[in-house]
Design a protein. Structure first.
Length: 214
């Protein structure tokens, strides 16, 4: 796989690269040099497990990767059917991540919808009457699937944030329900955490690439 040392080496879409630099990012962190390219350049898409400690740039890595992977052609997709899900363990992280993605997507016509505790289910359902490229949330996302308002037929990428979650068996169980509700044809699953222990999620990964910091 191509070795990358800079954001230009990733060959990102032009407006995404503008957003990256506009956000103030100047160079790739070590973990970003390892994990972004396997997510965005493999065809068929490869599952990726990215392991490093907090503060090493994992959030930016998966935000850039998903913004590169999604299709911006609004005519090709249905309302309420995101192309990417980001699943987080807490509503605080859901808020942080959704805002981070929006900032990097400043020059892109990308819709990012957060859903977690404290967010109105009614307002979320109304928002899903529009195109939403990315939905970010906790395991409460399963509620939207049960209500049949979150359509997973176009889902191509699931990002799972497991940082600090080794003990959250219930979190993993809900994630597995979301995966099982998805169309698994060419579904790419990427796990980001601080430990190689990714629980029962591992059984759903197809020959994953492991990207780790020593």
């Amino acid at each position: 796989m191509k070795k990358v040392d800079s954001f230009q080496d990733l060959e990102l879409r032009e407006d995404l690269l503008r957003g990256v630099y506009g956000y103030g990012l100047k160079q790739l962190s070590e973990i970003q040099t390892k994990c972004i390219m396997p997510i965005i350049s493999s065809e068929p898409p490869l599952d990726v497990v990215c392991i490093s400690s907090s503060g090493t740039g994992k959030k930016t890595a998966f935000s850039i990767a998903l913004l590169q992977r999604i299709d911006l052609d609004h005519q090709a997709y249905s309302k309420g059917a995101p192309q990417a899900l980001v699943i987080t363990p807490t509503r605080e992280m859901s808020q942080v991540i959704s805002n981070h993605i929006k900032k990097l997507a400043h020059y892109l016509d990308v819709k990012v919808l957060p859903f977690h505790g404290g967010v109105s289910t009614k307002e979320t359902i109304q928002a899903l009457n529009e195109i939403q490229h990315v939905v970010v949330g906790t395991n409460k996302l399963m509620d939207l699937i049960r209500f049949k308002v979150l359509n997973l037929k176009y889902l191509k990428l699931i990002i799972i944030d497991r940082t600090g979650c080794d003990w959250l068996d219930m979190y993993d169980q809900q994630i597995l329900r979301i995966i099982n509700a998805s169309n698994k044809f060419n579904l790419q699953i990427c796990v980001f955490g601080d430990s190689r222990n990714i629980g029962s999620i591992e059984q759903y990964l197809k020959d994953p690439i492991y990207c780790e910091l020593e």
